[in-house]
Design a protein. Structure first.
Lengths: 228, 235
């Protein structure tokens, strides 16, 4: 009973955030354009040797995704703060973690969609051959995006309400994301190369464990962070 | 936020300066013992002496970050402002020791490995830890409301500490070069005593630094409270 109420709250908040994004569109378009631009710049850094570009593809894709996703996280609180809506949101009855879960879901949808576009462009630009194990690759993208969004949504709840939020969010977030990014990049790289050494499996497990640990930890800590 | 006078008395220095003098003397004795008392290494020669600062700095760094974790949890549990200040003091000293560990390690690495930096698990995760706590200290600088600052930095400190193990494991899978951890069984007996003495010297120094920073932070807070009270027209 209580859980179904919580779930309805989570859905309502996620839906509200996604509706705001859908109606403005400017945010999403800007973030996707930035992701593609970063891919292009990585191409300049690695190329024009086709093989070098192909080898760097996994790393470039994830970094492009990370740099553009960071912009989405602060936005998701900034729109609340501009209208003083966060205080109203906190006044509603019910568990606070549902606010976090709702924002996380909305950010996941946002970043997931952005990731699909950036990856498709990346496949073309970096001349990547899609391996037969591509469903597994989609799984890696989902797990990696979950890790980035979980901590991104959590740290943005603080950074967006501080001075110098543009500096503070990446400063707090990037070192924390080292294991998630490393695992995502290595798993992607292994799968793109046909996973001859069977190493993708271990990285995927690490990524899964990371996601679970921080999903739990951030949901527990959010209560303390949002009320202050 | 609060305009009432602080509900606690700022701690006094007391005999702590004497403890600091003792810690420094202890460190000097430990270094003399290490430099004069232990045999040069078979391969490294006198280069080996740097382990009497590098290794204790690394050990005590871990202890200091455990102290941050302890006071952060205690703060979230009891909501006493002083626990937050103690965590902040320990974080500053831990970051200092962390930077020292990195710098000394690099000085050690150049002649032994031939490079200043290697992408090995322990080096890389120590650097990541350093950056996490640089973020922690920056966060404290960017937030003015004291209660908000306390709760946020407790959360950041705890999540950072949770992450250390995962970072280490991920980088170790990625690549490894650092020698295995030394234990009294794997090093020459003449190294064991100076290492232990210096470890305690660093531990005493750490306690002294954390204590004095804690006193200073408490005085800062007391001054802020007093200024707020005066601005609001209090007595």
């Amino acid at each position: 009973m209580a859980l179904s109420h919580d779930w309805r709250r989570v859905r309502a908040i996620a839906w509200k955030d996604l509706t705001t994004e859908r109606r403005s569109k400017a945010g999403f378009n800007g973030v996707v354009a930035l992701g593609v631009t970063i891919l292009l710049l990585f191409g300049f850094a690695m190329g024009p040797d086709t093989q070098a570009i192909r080898d760097a593809a996994a790393g470039a894709l994830w970094l492009a995704a990370l740099f553009s996703a960071v912009l989405a996280f602060n936005r998701s609180y900034q729109v609340e703060l501009e209208g003083g809506a966060l205080d109203a949101l906190l006044l509603y009855p019910g568990a606070r973690w549902t606010i976090f879960a709702g924002k996380l879901l909305a950010n996941l949808a946002f970043v997931g969609l952005m990731l699909v576009i950036v990856v498709l462009v990346g496949i073309v630009l970096f001349q990547v051959t899609v391996p037969p194990s591509w469903p597994l690759l989609v799984g890696v993208l989902a797990l990696g995006a979950t890790g980035i969004c979980t901590l991104g949504t959590f740290y943005a709840s603080m950074a967006s309400r501080s001075r110098a939020r543009e500096v503070l969010l990446p400063l707090l977030l990037f070192p924390m994301l080292v294991p998630a990014l490393l695992a995502s990049m290595q798993a992607t790289k292994a799968l793109l190369g046909g996973d001859l050494m069977h190493e993708a499996d271990a990285w995927i497990k690490l990524l899964g464990a990371y996601d679970i640990i921080f999903l739990v930890a951030t949901h527990l800590a959010f209560e303390h962070v949002i009320e202050a | 936020m609060t305009s009432s006078p602080i509900p606690w008395v700022p701690p006094k220095a007391g005999r702590w300066p004497w403890f600091g003098a003792f810690a420094i003397l202890f460190l000097i004795a430990g270094q003399v013992l290490g430099i004069a008392g232990s045999a040069p290494d078979r391969d490294m020669g006198d280069l080996e002496k740097i382990i009497y600062v590098h290794v204790p700095a690394a050990w005590v760094m871990s202890v200091t970050f455990a102290v941050v974790m302890y006071f952060s949890l205690k703060y979230l549990w009891r909501r006493d402002e002083r626990d937050d200040l103690a965590a902040a003091a320990a974080a500053e000293v831990g970051t200092l020791l962390n930077g020292l560990t990195l710098a000394l390690g690099m000085i050690f690495a150049k002649p032994t490995w031939g490079v200043w930096w290697a992408w090995d698990a322990r080096l890389t995760s120590t650097l990541v830890l350093f950056l996490i706590f640089i973020g922690y200290i920056s966060l404290r600088g960017f937030v003015d409301d004291t209660e908000r600052r306390a709760q946020w930095s407790a959360a950041v400190g705890i999540l950072g500490a949770v992450n250390v193990g995962i970072v280490y494991m991920s980088v170790r899978w990625w690549r490894t070069l650092h020698q295995m951890q030394s234990s009294p069984a794997t090093v020459d007996p003449s190294y064991v005593l100076p290492l232990r003495v210096n470890a305690f010297a660093f531990l005493f120094l750490m306690i002294y630094f954390v204590r004095r920073r804690y006193e200073a932070l408490c005085l800062d807070r007391a001054a802020e409270h007093a200024a707020e009270a005066a601005a609001l027209g209090g007595a």
